[in-house]
Design a binder for this molecule. Structure first.
Ligand SMILES: [Mn+2]
Length: 305
């Protein structure tokens, strides 16, 4: 026993610890969360994945890679972390049903939108986006969902369930306008649906050599935009770490140019990066996903200031 008050443990021990398990390795604290403009929501769930599971490892891989990124973004000449980027603990996975998991994401999303935060969901499988999109649609008028994906995910049902990755956009179709970019793998029925519902869909074979893609995408959008990025929208040459790699995807700068234009001309209220399925011994896709999150935050912060 000693009479002298001891130094708070955290103060003394902190200098011997590595970066926090948070986006960019930023220190975690309740104050950091309250003050943050953007909140990272890691959701390690791949409960309905049928072909190649592993996207449950995605959020952690993105966060680990993000700790190696530079704070500085040379294109915007900003340091996005200065605006406040907090990382939540992982969303608890429920095995009750995919519907429960979507509902949980929706609840988390609703709380973040109500607090005025910009949610950044890290998947995990694409089904999770549905919860965040529902929360965004409840929080914002005139919302469009801008959906980057090789697949339109418009099936009403897949393997006897409508709560599947293949059906995500089917659920929102009657509630929120949808714009799709990078589509290059779909069924005849999905293609018919795109036509019948007049969904602005930018097929990969039509846009791969179009310089005016960013402008054309922007023109389809309402004032508020939620961006959902299934990483398989990118070409497998730079993004092989997805469950269903399809040739002919977008390039890095092609995707960034669209995001830059959207951020400039519309208000992005939240976004997600999903379907990273890390490949052991191959760090590049994890870094790409982390940098993509950082880039989009840089764009959004710049245009909001
Ligand atoms: Mn996809």
């Amino acid at each position: 026993m000693t009479d002298t008050p001891s130094r708070p443990l955290r103060t003394g021990i902190q200098e011997h610890l590595g970066p926090s398990l948070s986006f960019l390795g930023l220190p975690r604290s309740p104050e950091a969360l309250e003050n943050a403009e953007a909140v990272i929501v890691p959701a390690p769930y791949d409960g309905t994945t049928t072909y190649k599971s592993g996207t449950r490892e995605g959020p952690r891989a993105i966060i680990l890679a993000s700790r190696e990124l530079e704070f500085y973004d040379e294109e915007t000449e900003t340091e996005p972390y200065r605006r406040g980027i907090a990382t939540l603990d992982e969303v608890a996975v429920t095995v009750a049903s995919p519907r429960h998991m979507v509902e949980r994401i929706r609840t988390v999303g609703r709380m973040l939108f109500e607090a005025g935060k910009l949610p950044v969901l890290l998947g995990g499988e694409h089904l999770l986006s549905l919860g965040m999109i529902q929360a965004a649609a409840e929080s914002f008028d005139s919302l469009t969902v801008l959906h980057f994906d090789a697949h339109p995910d418009l099936r009403p049902e897949y393997q006897e369930s409508s709560f599947s990755n293949a059906c995500v956009m089917h659920h929102i179709l009657d509630h929120v306008p949808l714009v799709q970019v990078g589509i290059r793998s779909l069924t005849r029925e999905e293609h018919q649906r795109i036509r019948e519902r007049s969904i602005p869909a930018f097929f990969a074979h039509e846009i791969h050599d179009r310089e005016d893609l960013p402008q054309r995408v922007v023109e389809t959008l309402s004032p508020h935009v939620y961006v959902t990025i299934d990483l398989d929208v990118l070409d497998p040459s730079i993004m092989p770490a997805v469950g269903t790699p399809e040739p002919g995807g977008l390039g890095w700068y092609q995707l960034l140019r669209v995001l830059r234009a959207v951020s400039r001309k519309r208000r992005i209220v939240g976004f997600d990066v999903v379907e990273l399925c890390p490949v052991p011994g191959m760090p590049a896709p994890d870094f790409l996903a982390a940098r993509l999150v950082h880039k989009l935050l840089a764009y959004i912060f710049l245009d909001r200031s």
